[in-house]
Ligand binder design. Structure first.
Ligand code: PSU
Ligand code: MN
Length: 307
């Protein structure tokens, strides 16, 4: 193949070679998860947040057939504003590359590509999971099955609250995906601090997570680890508003025949519109907080490996 398949940004390549902390970031959140122009602003801010903690950000996307690991501001702008960016899960990666196409990677695709080049930590907002009507639609995100076979640590505010959280936690257990609460034993509910479900393990500093990552590696645990980091209750979306908007959104999605990979972007957009931006404020805060913690974990893990 004449064209370069993977392009690792010099800053990221150097950090990996020196075994310094690197944090992978997904791009679907930029292209399909947040509205313009906030999407580009948040993408840039998240990277700054990671640098402030002494780690290097590596946003991952496919542009014109090349997988980019680490994006310049020009490329971030393309992901945020080009109209030909498709949502890319693991199964789509090769097709988009071969077609010389452009796409934004989901949690699943980002995790796969990150571990391919040795990035151990990944920050996002909320994971995909089992949808509420999965009994009928079989709609379960490939984020789950991919994390079942990808040894990466993902910092997130739980799974999107539009999902069946209980079913998602059961699936994570089946798939051997570790779940740690950060300063909590309650599983967060993305826009909400508490999803109503508990978790067994809690950690309270980045070094503890790094130690668990090291032990997982030694034991060759083949799956991922979730660090669930809730937003403070004072900052969450109003729970009554949340439940009402979600109910309306799901009805609207059904009546408009929205299915498959369009469901998540449709519901997120519905939230941002119906709450007049309140959900967007919460969403942005979630991403920034997760990036900060992920960077601290990446730095701690790199330091432990260098000892
Ligand atoms: N959570 C968000 N915003 C997003 C997503 C999740 O707050 O944009 C994206 C992530 O990229 C996740 C994907 O991997 O949605 C899951 O999509 P699906 O449910 O179609 O697998
Ligand atoms: Mn789906």
């Amino acid at each position: 193949m004449s064209q370069q398949l993977i392009n690792i940004a010099p800053e990221v390549a150097q950090a990996l070679a020196d075994n310094r902390g690197v944090v992978a970031l997904e791009s679907t959140i930029i292209s399909h998860g947040l509205p313009r122009p906030e999407n580009l602003r948040v993408a840039i801010e998240v990277e700054a947040q990671i640098r402030a903690q002494g780690a290097v950000p590596a946003t991952i996307a496919i542009l014109d057939g090349t997988v980019h690991i680490g994006l310049t501001e020009v490329l971030l702008d393309q992901v945020a504003n080009r109209n030909d960016i498709v949502k890319v899960s693991v199964r789509d990666v090769a097709t988009v590359i071969a077609n010389r196409g452009s796409g934004a990677t989901t949690v699943a695709a980002t995790s796969h590509i990150a571990q391919l080049v040795g990035i151990d930590v990944f920050a996002t907002g909320g994971l995909g999971g089992v949808h509420r009507d999965a009994r009928r639609t079989w709609d379960e995100s490939a984020d789950l099955t991919t994390l079942g076979q990808t040894p990466i640590t993902v910092v997130c505010a739980g799974v999107k609250s539009i999902l069946d959280v209980g079913a998602t936690l059961e699936r994570l257990e089946t798939l051997n995906v570790g779940v740690l609460g950060y300063n909590t034993t309650r599983f967060p509910g993305f826009y909400l601090s508490d999803s109503g479900f508990g978790i067994s393990w809690s950690v309270s500093d980045p070094g503890e997570v790094a130690a668990i990552m090291g032990a997982r590696r030694s034991m060759q645990i083949p799956s991922g680890l979730i660090v669930a980091y809730p937003i403070p209750e004072s900052d969450q979306l109003d729970p009554d508003l949340h439940d009402q908007v979600l109910q309306d959104g799901m009805q609207l999605a059904t009546s408009r025949g929205v299915t498959g990979k369009d469901v998540t972007p449709f519901l997120l957009d519905h939230f941002h519109r119906s709450t007049h931006g309140a959900s967007l404020v919460v969403n942005t805060q979630i991403i920034l907080r997760n990036a900060e913690l992920a960077a601290q974990i990446a730095v701690a893990f790199a330091a432990a490996a260098n000892r």
